[in-house]
Design a protein around this ligand. Structure first.
Ligand code: NMX
Ligand code: MLT
Length: 420
């Protein structure tokens, strides 16, 4: 049992009572309708999920338990996990206890490392990360609890046990994947004396205070994005059949690995560096305009721009731009990203297709990793993944506590639509 178990247990009765009261008083109210265009169009704008961990306001961006994410950047990611789950920030004692619970979880087994090392050498780091947590799945406490017939209402406890184990394992596996794939020497072990973000940096092989600060901020900015993003939604769907967190989070990661989602971090930086290569350094405004138009004319999207929910600037991108301005304002990649962030939205606005022409979080992350000498672009979705796992895990615990049933909407045929 951890401090998180105690704090969450003390809330469960009121959460369930709140849910029951809503069902009783408003159970037959309509909160969304769906048009044919929305059914064909990825269900955009349809309100069909309940998720309390965070809200994405189209104009203001990510709000975690009522607090705009930019007001949380001085905290530790472990404290944000507490906030996501419990709904308030931990006090000093609770913060220390959460760090101890994550730091003291079991180490990643040798069998897991063998499984990762056995993958084809050209496997993508996201594939290695996802396969790594699947190889660890045999340790799932929840899987055993379910197999032993634990009552449904109690399954959240073992889900939370797994969450703490995974939060320990994820930076370890991610750091190990980096060192294995890019031949950076022996793997390094989690140090319970360091916080979660510093551990990840250390296990990559980089101890540097500014880099650690960057990772803390990145992890908080990317810790959650309500319940409907592909990663969280995939995780929720897999978890809804009582698959354990290892299976569910792996499913989420496989969604995050796609180019229209988290892989955009890798593709954004590639696009920025390609422009610098082509123009022999930071391109000027006119060159950026031409380069952007050429990308659009070739039928590709501009990576790191646009969003399914956000309609204003993404505060997560702004935060990383501010970080770059403060710590490495003369890095040519930073100068390029900043200039692109002024020019590209106008080009997208003129084209008139994207509902949101602004850079999203992915456009601003690569320049940070690149500045701190993580230059292997394929790796750039991995820090996003281990951060977003916090939201996915908190959502899984909530759903098991509320006994959320399996996610199983109906599909219809085109003939059916035509005949209605
Ligand atoms: N560049 C070019 N065209 C775009 C872009 C973009 N960045 N964003 C949207 N569009 C197009 C989109 O392809 C669609 O065209 P069509 O009608 O021909 O299919 C049209 O604009 C309308 O799309 P939206 O409704 O604005 O966007 P949607 O909700 O469908 O998709 C994204 C959202 C994020 C998938 C889309 O903006 C995109 O492909 N962006 C680039 C990839 C990216 O940055 N993904 C990361 C998102 C954030 N994350 O971390 O996951
Ligand atoms: C994001 O972090 O921007 C996403 O997970 C994508 C989304 O919210 O749809």
């Amino acid at each position: 049992m951890s401090v998180l178990h105690d704090a969450f247990a003390s809330q469960i009765d009121s959460l369930r009572a709140g849910r029951d009261a809503l069902l009783k008083s408003r159970g037959d109210h309509t909160i969304s309708e769906i048009t044919v265009a929305q059914a064909f169009g990825g269900m955009r704008e349809v309100r069909a999920l309940v998720c309390d961990t965070s809200v994405v306001d189209p104009e203001r961006g990510l709000i975690i338990r009522g607090i705009p994410v930019l007001d949380l950047l001085d905290r530790l990611p472990e404290e944000i996990f507490f906030l996501l789950l419990i709904g308030r920030l931990p006090d000093a004692g609770e913060s220390k206890a959460v760090r101890a619970a994550i730091g003291g979880a079991p180490r990643v087994s040798e069998a897991t490392w063998h499984a990762i090392e056995a993958l084809p050498k050209d496997s993508h780091p996201m594939t290695m990360l996802s396969a790594g947590i699947l190889a660890l799945e045999h340790e799932s406490v929840m899987a055993k609890a379910v197999a032993n017939g634990t009552p449904r209402g109690e399954i959240w406890r073992s889900t939370l046990d797994d969450a703490l184990r995974l939060l320990h394992a994820l930076p370890s596996i991610a750091g190990g994947v980096y060192r294995i794939k890019y031949h950076r020497g022996p793997r390094l072990a989690y140090d319970p004396g360091l916080d979660w973000a510093a551990n990840f940096c250390m296990m990559l092989g980089h101890r540097n205070e500014t880099f650690e600060r960057a990772m803390r901020i990145a992890a908080i900015l990317q810790s959650d994005h309500e319940g409907g993003n592909v990663c969280a939604y995939a995780c929720h769907t897999v978890g809804s059949v009582l698959s354990n967190p290892y299976l569910a989070v792996s499913a989420g990661f496989n969604g995050l690995a796609g180019p229209l989602h988290g892989r955009s971090a890798q593709e954004s930086t590639q696009w920025q560096l390609d422009a610098m290569m082509r123009y022999g350094g930071t391109p000027d405004d006119k060159e950026i305009e031409t380069y952007t138009l050429e990308t659009l004319e070739s039928g590709r999207v501009i990576p790191g721009h646009g969003h399914a929910v956000l309609r204003g600037a993404d505060p997560r991108f702004t935060a990383m731009l501010d970080f770059g301005r403060k710590h490495f304002a003369d890095d040519p990649l930073f100068v390029t990203v900043e200039r692109m962030s002024r020019v590209v939205p106008d080009v997208l606005k003129k084209q008139g297709k994207a509902k949101n022409p602004y850079p999203n979080v992915d456009f601003g992350m690569g320049m940070v990793w690149h500045h701190f000498e993580i230059t292997e672009l394929e790796f750039y979705t991995v820090p996003f993944a281990i951060s977003l796992a916090m939201g996915m895990l908190a959502q899984l615990v909530w759903n098991r506590a509320l006994g959320t049933p399996i996610n199983r909407p109906r599909s219809v045929t085109m003939d059916w639509i035509g005949s209605q």
